[in-house]
Design a protein around this ligand. Sequence first.
Ligand SMILES: [Cu+2]
Length: 141
Amino acid sequence: MNRPRILAIALLFSAAGAAQAHSPGEDARVYFKNLKDGDTVSSPFTVQFGIEGYGIVPAGTKDKRRHTAGHHHLLVDYPGTPDLDEPLPRNSHCLHFDKGETQAELKLPPGRHTLQLLLGDESHEPTDPPLFSQKITVTVK
Ligand SMILES: [Cu+2]
């Protein structure tokens, strides 16, 4: 193998490494484990958050794990789409699971509600590309 070829391979590896930081791969996904679009539930109800191909760590994690893991956010009847370049807001439409929780107990008034998961990094910004779950609608009895 000649020298330029080795250099090209080394560059390829470093480019791949840089792309990985805070960048979930194509196989990464978040999803609702116990609910699906169109379900009817009684309040309060449990929502279980699933993740594949990426990890979960508490918000504020400073070590290397922050490059390959984040924490869940649950968007509840979120108006519009969150700004993907900013830390996510913290309010009743955007719940943060700072400790790395993988489920929550939700209390919602009767009627239809949309739920969607969005993973955030150590400073609550969505990853790039963003890891959204399917947006589902549930009816609370
Ligand atoms: Cu957060």
